[in-house]
Ligand binder design. Structure first.
Ligand code: NAD
Length: 251
């Protein structure tokens, strides 16, 4: 079964919540050998470990890092721990409160680009280095369906997700000659803490209404797509942007 991750070593950024956490659980169920959970605080990571069984916990290691800082080399850490890195899920991301371009402060733009753009760029640099050296690997970037179409009132976020998806396309071309595949997943609105603030004023039901499936996504549904793109099941996918959005983007 090519969906299984037997013997593979993986890392996930933004692993302490939402889609990253669901992906960690999905990878563990798919029998991943070693898993590096990367997130901002030790406390959040400790809480994450409590959700796992002892067998699952034994296969996990934590790494506290801000993905936008060049000082943090989690790919190198995976190499030190397990001697290789097969899969990297560059998933950490943040959103801003909805405002029009006219009302968006440039500081918000900078902060969003710092994490969602620079963070992915640095992740590609460090994971790409260890994987191209070994001539094997699979990288999955969490973009968004807002990286495929306009995003009224979420301009900075949408632009950062176009950047993330664009980086995936470029890295796919640069790394393919070295046996490393790069793909992105484009989730639609998915129930995780990141969209908590949008719950007010009927935000959730308005987003659900825009989906052909008339509901929001579950983080496990995105994790399944990430497992597909990470594993050998997707061995002919390279530079793919996989839309998993219940039919939110109509193309
Ligand atoms: P979440 O807030 O539940 O999880 C994000 C995680 O990333 C958190 O644990 C947070 O601590 C971590 N993180 C944030 N900044 C970081 C940094 N600088 N360094 C390291 N870790 C950092 O949100 P989520 O919904 O699980 O989001 C995961 C990804 O999915 C994000 O890139 C998000 O943009 C994307 N996405 C989410 C949705 C959605 O509706 N939930 C839709 C499309 C795309």
């Amino acid at each position: 079964n090519t969906f299984f991750l037997n013997d593979k070593v993986a890392l996930i950024t933004g692993a302490a919540s939402g889609i990253g956490l669901a992906t960690a659980k999905t990878f563990l169920a798919a029998n991943v050998r070693g898993l590096l959970l990367v997130d901002l605080s030790q406390e959040r990571l400790d809480r994450t470990l409590l959700e796992l069984s002892s067998d699952e916990r034994q296969r996990c290691q934590c790494f506290v890092a801000d993905v936008s800082s060049e000082a943090e080399n989690y790919a190198q850490r995976a190499l030190e721990l397990w001697g290789k890195l097969d899969i990297a899920v560059l998933n950490a991301g943040i959103v801003h409160a909805p405002t029009s371009i006219l009302d968006t402060d440039a500081k918000i733009w900078d902060k969003i680009m710092q994490v969602n753009g620079r963070g992915v760029f640095l992740g590609l640099k460090q994971c790409g280095k260890v994987m191209t050296e070994r001539k094997s690997g699979s990288i999955v970037i969490t973009a968004s369906q807002l990286g495929l179409q306009g995003s009224p009132s979420l301009a900075a976020y949408g632009a950062s997700k176009f950047a993330a998806r664009g980086l995936a396309l470029t890295a796919a071309e640069e790394f393919a000659p070295f046996g490393v595949r790069v793909n992105s997943v484009c989730p639609g609105p998915t129930i995780t803490p990141i969209i908590d603030a949008l719950k007010e004023d009927d935000g959730w039901s308005r987003m659900a209404d825009q989906c052909l499936m008339k509901r929001l996504g579950d983080a496990r549904e995105i994790a399944n797509a990430i497992l597909y793109l990470s594993s050998d099941a997707s061995s002919f996918c390279c530079g793919t942007s996989l839309k998993v959005d219940g039919g939110y983007a109509k193309f």
